[in-house]
Design a protein around this ligand. Structure first.
Ligand SMILES: NC(=O)c1ccc[n+]([C@@H]2O[C@H](COP(=O)([O-])OP(=O)(O)OC[C@H]3O[C@@H](n4cnc5c(N)ncnc54)[C@H](OP(=O)(O)O)[C@@H]3O)[C@@H](O)[C@H]2O)c1
Length: 247
């Protein structure tokens, strides 16, 4: 049985991951920027969990790094221990919106890169302090290549993926297992209104892949799995070909 904090469990893929964990009997802390929203998610999860499930809410806002350590300590205290931390929280805006609005661009870069890394640093210290654990963080296929539709969002995710790879190399031998999740296009609130490409995924399918990756300690996982093959082809594509096809 795992003791898991999920930052981002109130919506989308985070909600599906939290559900999958609770349904198999893990203890879960729903971390969210709104305590009311997190508490509503807890009620929903308790209704689905095995009898006696432990599910609690803790406030944590990715825009407020000064609260990260307190939130993680609170989560560990609520469950008695914390062996797994999952970060699905993140924000998205289109490239056009980000080019037009520097304040929004700063927010996306800060939330999706700098503050996510700072949160992971606190989680790393907490997990290593108890002898190890698993840190599972949602990056994106958008970080695998620089592309016209996601220049800024993709750059934040590329930085996050690189950080997670470094963390895994540095700390796995000490017991910190890092899992970097790279979803392709998944139908959630984040992608509402965007035209789904072929292979658009479902949050519950992603959750199944992610929970397995957490249990196996897989360092990088594409979800849904078809995106591994898609991204192998895209990563191998020469830059002049990308330019020619307008990718
Ligand atoms: N959907 C896709 O196609 C796709 C593809 C690749 C990568 N990803 C990545 O996968 C992750 C999950 O995406 P999703 O589609 O499940 O997104 P989503 O449905 O929009 O959910 C995002 C979650 O992040 C939380 N969040 C946003 N800002 C926050 C903040 N400042 N502090 C704390 N929590 C905050 C939201 O909380 P509230 O309930 O408070 O809003 C919500 O729980 C993200 O990192 C995203 O970049 C998504």
């Amino acid at each position: 049985m795992r003791h898991v904090a999920v930052l981002g469990a109130t919506k989308g893929m985070g909600r599906s991951v939290a559900r999958a964990l609770v349904e198999r009997g893990d203890a879960v802390v729903v971390m969210g920027r709104s305590l009311d929203e997190a508490e509503r998610s807890v009620q929903d999860l308790l209704a689905r969990g095995v009898p006696g499930s432990k599910v609690v809410a803790v406030e944590c806002d990715l825009e407020k790094p000064e609260g990260f350590r307190r939130a993680l300590d609170e989560a560990a205290q609520a469950l008695g221990t914390l062996d797994t931390v999952v970060v699905t929280a993140g924000i998205f805006a289109t490239q056009d919106q980000l080019e037009e609005d520097p304040a929004l661009a700063a927010k996306v870069l800060t939330v999706d890169f700098s503050n996510t890394v700072l949160f992971c640093e606190e989680a790393r210290k907490l997990l290593l302090g108890r002898g190890g654990g698993t840190l599972c963080v949602f990056s994106s296929v958008a970080g695998d290549r620089g592309r016209k539709p996601v220049v800024l969002y993709g750059a934040a995710k590329a930085g996050l993926s690189a950080y997670l790879e470094g963390l895994d190399h540095k700390f796995r031998a000490q017991g910190l297992v890092t899992v970097c999740v790279k979803p392709g296009f998944v139908k959630t609130g984040m992608t509402e209104g965007l035209k789904p490409p072929p292979f658009a995924g479902d949050p519950d399918d992603v959750a199944r892949v992610v929970v397995q990756a957490i249990d196996d300690g897989t360092p990088v996982v594409y979800a849904p799995g078809v995106w591994r093959a898609v991204m192998t082809a895209i990563r191998a594509m020469p830059r002049f070909v990308m330019r020619r096809v307008g990718f």
